[in-house]
Design a protein around this ligand. Sequence first.
Ligand code: ADP
Ligand code: MG
Length: 339
Amino acid sequence: MNPIHKLDEHTINQIAAGEVVERPASVVKELIENSIDARASAITVEIKDGGISLIRITDNGVGIPKDQVTTAFLRHTTSKIYKVEDLNHIDSLGFRGEALASIAAVSQLEMITKVVGDVTGKRVEIHGGQLKAEQEIGCPEGTTLIVKNLFYNVPARKKFLKKPSTEGSYISDIVYKTALGHPEVSFKYINNNSIVFHTSGNNDLRNAVFNVYGKEVIKKMISIEEENNNLKITGLIGKPEVNRANRSYENFYINGRYIKSKILESAVEEAYKTLLPINKFPVVVLHIYIDPNKIDVNVHPTKMEVRFRDEEEIYYFVVESIRKNLKQEDLIPKVTWET
Ligand code: ADP
Ligand code: MG
């Protein structure tokens, strides 16, 4: 064996980047989350070649002060938490302070940002983690991130990317899901120069679902709103006839964060159990609100999983909320006895 030694900074950054940035869709996810945390009311997502050659995210959020821009690209730098106790009540989508550093380590990127009220903003260019250029410039308020040639310096990762259309569909999925999670934000999504969808940002979930999934789906969605002492659920659930062949139309948000959750999937499927053919899945957009103290979002680097302190409580709450609303619509057949 070789002697034990500490890895150099560059190698450490590359390894860390691999955890956060698995593929172009992970870049899009992290950057949109940053825009939402920056309280943007409009976000434009533009990609080319499945995000491999270009990802451009433009927001009208609060921007980054000029003297903090390069700091934002260092590892473990964040404006969102201060100490370990803060992890118990995360109210932002980001908190790890890793995304910008990770993305910068494996791409050629450019950021242009201006704080509301400032006369000038700042532009930086970073290639493979190295600062290439910085300048003060005139620009609109908010932030634009342009990420080019993802994994240009990590051939092993690049080789494992799927074809652009497949990578593009992963990105579309993230943009759809985030847009449905934030009807208060106007999303515009442009793929290879054509507009895929544009949500109004008028905070009407029905409107967002109409923009993202179309007329045929929204016509068959029922509004739902239930609450108990600990939990609140709002959103839209599909009538059984709008079922799908996979789970990609099951959308779950915990306190505004899009998550994947086996527990919530099985709760929803239990509620629809007798109503759907085998191997068919419902269309749901469910926003669940819970005391941040009762969940742990620091489970995985991608922050797409949440651990619930009381899994049973949330499971039964979701099953019963959906059943109740399907029953009210007379969609669950009542058992009657013929005499
Ligand atoms: P995190 O989101 O976990 O804090 P990031 O590496 O994603 O870490 O971002 C680092 C910091 O840069 C953020 O905490 C935030 O202060 C700032 N930032 C990143 N993106 C934006 C944006 N679009 N608008 C305003 N500030 C941003
Ligand atoms: Mg972030």
